[in-house]
Design a protein around this ligand. Sequence first.
Ligand code: FMN
Length: 348
Amino acid sequence: MCKAAERHAMTLKHRMALAAKRIVLGNLNQPQQCNIGIADPQPEIRVWLHGMGAPRDVTFAHSIACASPFTICIGGGVSPGDRTPGEPLALRFREHHDEKRLLAELSLRRTDTLLTKAPALLLFQVESCKNYCLPKGRLWAHYLHLAYVQSRSNSHIRMSTREAHAMIAAFICPRPVVLVSAVSESRNNMFPMNLLGNLGDGYFAFALDSTRLAAPLVADAGTVALSGIPMEHAEVARQLGKNHKRETISWNQLPFATKPSSAFSIPVPCFASRVIEMQIETTHNLGSHTFFVCRVITDERYSDGAQFFMVHGIYQSWRLAKHHEPRVPARRSVPSAPGKGASAARSN
Ligand SMILES: Cc1cc2nc3c(=O)[nH]c(=O)nc-3n(C[C@H](O)[C@H](O)[C@H](O)COP(=O)(O)O)c2cc1C
């Protein structure tokens, strides 16, 4: 076949694949991970822990701790002794306003306790996952598409079907994206993260891919600064994803100006809407990710307005349908590694 005919066949194949995808996924065809611009703290979703005494709102007291095995850490003073015998242990994701609809449920199993100088933190793995954002048929079409995308992905993190579905449910709760800055002797780095969360009692935690160079740098640094990102800087922040694989960077090669953080003088973007400085108290290698448990030293807010958050495309479909927003076709759907942004993510 001549080059032109080959190109034509490729374009045709590509078009047919896109058409098939549209038919399977319907009009609400979102990327796996979507950028959204909303207020911080996010006002949309509440996460409830069931089976440990009265239902407890842990929206701002939990963090994804590891992708494989998929692990959630819950703080906020919940203790193993709170377990209600006979009541299923579950995390429920509900809309915060209107009908407070249940959007997903993760059945949990407690696996470990992390001690801190404050109340302990509890780790849970997932037994099963239910997602109510889409009608069953459409949801399974999305799940099948995801399985296909994952089978072709060269990500080094292998998640089971249950773990992949749990990650989708966890990203119903909008996850803030921050830029993490760390300095250790002659090495520096700044990179985006979204597997993180406040755990209450002055504690904060984040999960870093155990195989990337960012993890040992942060462990050596002992302190980090997390910068909130105004939505208009989402793209430049997302592009620093490649820094997870870098040994070190030069501050003056960043595509924006920096200033020193107030307690540790760690360079942070001048555009940061909020800077949280923290000291790492303990690190836990949980599998695909290393979980860093930190004590908050300073927390300063500089500006409000829409902040960079990420949600899963399945929840974004639900959001758009709910708000009857005009449907803008996604430019590209990317196979998303856990804790990673989508390059063609739509924002609103
Ligand atoms: C917006 C965004 C958020 C990310 N969050 C995390 C995270 O929380 N933890 C982590 O280990 N890696 C995180 N990553 C890194 C990615 O998973 C990935 O390792 C990195 O972007 C390199 O991607 P590549 O292997 O496709 O080049 C994030 C990347 C981006 C762009």
